[in-house]
Design a protein around this ligand. Structure first.
Ligand SMILES: Cc1ncc(COP(=O)(O)O)c(C=O)c1O
Length: 404
């Protein structure tokens, strides 16, 4: 069937008619995009202050990434892992080097990478740490978001994400986020890993107090427990460093990456760890048909080249400070709190004024796209190619929404 061209109301109604209602999108139908800006089917332009939940860190259609994708499309797209293709080693080596780890295992979506980390940690627990069969425990944080599979929602503390999807996978222990002593107290001889987001994105860009990860690292090392950092949303330049956990100078045993790794073009995720951890997997024990495909590796390698320059991390730090100053100026003028790290902000609107959803709807009417999280909190995560003038525009529109 050929694509029918719709204007916004028809396109929204048609999408609503033919899809499961597992999302509640803003009423915007995007047709084109470049850099930090998108254009809808009616020709209206919007500043993208969400960047695909950080999947578009390098902006829409970054020329280097599009060129890499085009070139690869003309040569080879997929072999499956039954054979090796010529893009595989370059991507895996570059990613391992970026992470400072021996090995990587590429997958597609973030949730698959988290599942991979869980499987590897359990196997490591049985084979290396000596945990009795079937007893492995993984500690996670209250308010976590690691994806949508049945195992991952088993340890979600968000009733919306979890309810009616049981029976749940056992083996997870939930502790308060940001409380290293509670985490230390929850460790038993059967604990194989701590799985944690360096900053909780879905939670509302919650940044734990300085010292938290240093202490978590210490405890994990003392107790022979793997520290797994889910950097799917926080990593790859978003916070002004390559990894958010770097702000504390902490190195986890395993990185879990996704989103921006595919440059907003293809789904690419991965875990990275040293040989003593990732080496526990043997042929046949884990995999994915599309994981590490040639197109994904070509785009992923181009992403790693961009990250290798350090330019995006620097932009994020510099422009993030600018965004933070602008947003903090609105505290007391409709905002009650702002949490910022690099180009990533959690913005708490006075709940007496409006919900986060209402704020995002009004921002969209003013040509700025953002996303609410819980209650009256909204999240801002523009592409790292955004300009200072763009950020000023976004803050001005937010000020207008708060004043309306
Ligand atoms: C921290 C974190 N982990 C995992 C995921 C899941 O990634 P995906 O939606 O690609 O499965 C997300 C997605 O928002 C995330 O933010």
């Amino acid at each position: 069937m050929t694509t029918v061209e719709f204007r916004t109301p028809d396109a929204l109604a048609e999408a609503e008619r033919w899809t499961a209602h597992n999302y509640h999108p803003l009423p915007v139908v995007v047709a084109e995009a470049e850099g930090a800006w998108v254009t809808d089917v009616d020709g209206r332009r919007y500043l993208d202050m969400l960047a695909g939940y950080s999947a578009l860190n390098f902006g829409h259609r970054h020329p280097d990434l599009v060129a890499a994708a085009h070139a690869q499309l003309d040569r080879l797209t997929l072999t499956s892992r039954a054979f090796v293709h010529d893009q595989f080693a370059t991507f895996c080596r570059s990613l391992a080097e970026l992470c400072g780890k021996d090995l990587v295992l590429p997958m597609n979506t973030g949730a698959e990478a988290v599942e991979t980390a869980i499987k590897v940690a359990r196997k490591w627990g049985y084979q290396v740490k000596g945990v009795p069969d079937g007893q492995a425990e993984i500690i996670v944080a209250d308010g976590n978001f690691h994806g949508r599979t049945t195992t991952i929602v088993s340890f979600s503390t968000d009733p919306e994400a979890r309810a009616d999807f049981g029976p749940y996978t056992p083996g997870f222990v939930v502790v308060p986020y940001g409380d290293a002593e509670a985490l230390a107290a929850a460790i038993t001889p059967n604990t194989v890993a701590v799985l944690v987001e360096p900053i909780q994105g879905e939670g509302g860009v919650l940044i734990p107090a300085a010292g938290y990860f240093t202490r978590v690292r210490e405890v994990c090392t003392e107790q022979n427990v793997l520290l797994i950092a889910d950097e799917i949303q926080s990593g790859l330049g978003r916070t002004g460093k390559t990894f958010a956990i770097e702000h504390e100078g902490v190195v986890p045993d395993m990185y879990v990456l996704g989103k921006a790794l595919g440059g907003g073009i293809v789904p690419v995720s991965a875990v990275a760890a040293n040989r003593d951890v990732l080496g526990v997997l043997k042929p046949g024990e884990h995999g994915s048909t599309f994981g590490g495909n040639a197109l994904a590796c070509a785009v992923g390698s181009a992403v790693l080249d961009l990250l290798g320059t350090g330019e995006f991390q620097d932009r994020s730090a510099r422009l993030g400070a600018h965004l933070q100053a602008g947003l903090e100026g609105l505290i007391g003028k409709g905002l009650v709190a702002v949490r910022c790290r690099g180009l990533w902000a959690g913005v708490d609107i006075d709940p007496a004024l409006m919900t986060g959803r209402q704020a995002c709807e009004r921002l969209a009417e003013r040509g700025v796209l953002a996303k609410d999280t819980h209650g009256s909190t909204i999240r801002l995560a523009p592409p790292l190619v955004v300009t200072e003038a763009d950020l000023d525009h976004a803050v001005a529109q937010l000020a207008a929404v708060l004043a309306s």
